[in-house]
Design a protein around this ligand. Sequence first.
Ligand code: PHB
Length: 392
Amino acid sequence: MSSLRFVQVALMGATWLAVSGAALGQGVVKLGMIGEFSGPFAQYGQQILGGMKAYMKQHGDMVAGKKIEIVQKDTTGPSPDVAKRLAQELITRDNVDILVGFGLTPNALAVAPVATEGKKLMVIMNAATSIITTKSPYIVRVSMTLPQVTQPMAEWAAKNAIKKVYTVVADYGPGLDAEKAFSEAFKAAGGEIVGSIHTPLQNPDFGPFIQRVKDAKPEAVFLFLPAGEQGIAFMKGYEERGLKQAGIKLIATGDITDDGVLEAMGDPTLGLITSFHYSAAHNSPENTAFKKAYSEANGDKLRPNFMAAAGYDGMAAIYEALKKTNGSTDADKLVAALKGMKLTSPRGPIMIDPETRDIVQTVYIRKVEKTGGGLYNVEFDKFPDQKDPGKK
Ligand code: PHB
């Protein structure tokens, strides 16, 4: 064979290998994104995916020689059975390599055993009940836990002359976690819990609950509700029943003043104090770049919130992990690469706890103010390096 002919044959062989490799999916890493894209929690999926797209806008869709593809699925709300079936289909039919997303706790919990059985990395980009990461060795969380963001609020309240608090929480995992973390930390700091209410996850009518709080005359009400529509409804009731005028302060986790709905809640939120890990008003070059990429990737209609930030950070973590594994999607290798990983997030420094696979981060105390042409959660105090106290 002439040397030219040899080169031609060799090139043909290389091309064939490349083509068949792509056909087999060897050059692609598929992310199965399970989120809430319809119903009352539809903004969860939209925000998380929006954050993921913002990362890809900034960093491209290639990492470690692999092309990143997203296959998106809608749970339609808190529907564990649907979430589980979608995860099974994503693994067996769509051949995804990694499971990502998960706004609501019940959906994440239902998928955990599927990730274990299918040996797939599962990256939690919101669902925040403490226990979730213990349900599969392949789960890594890049969002928050309710005990983590709640405990600083209790400590701050006790230090700021609040002594008697009524707690109101949504009646499911994150709400019960928040209630426990708040009561324990607040009592330890000398405070008193004068009553507690659990509100339904779906379609709550807050009026009667708010009246009960008012009648008990606490100094403050501590609130956890899942972000979005419910916060709007609660703030309306708080305003209508005159709690502010009665001198009852509202303190909460930042889910209530979610950046995605803060403008819709309007001026009644002014002065509201919350504790949380992300604010669109966070002042850093990383956050400025994140917001720019988010609007370039998704348009200007929605302000990115904490779920978008977690979607973005989840992608950053996946890209960095793939670099370390040279593109391997083996779940054990990816989890090993993620343990102890440190990133500079739009929210500040974050780390994946090597023992729990949960996130370690700064929790900020913020106040709603009118600034920069709108309502924002302005950070004024912080608790650095917070682990999930739910696991101590
Ligand atoms: C959850 O279901 O874990 C969840 C949902 C919304 C939040 C926080 C936690 O704002």
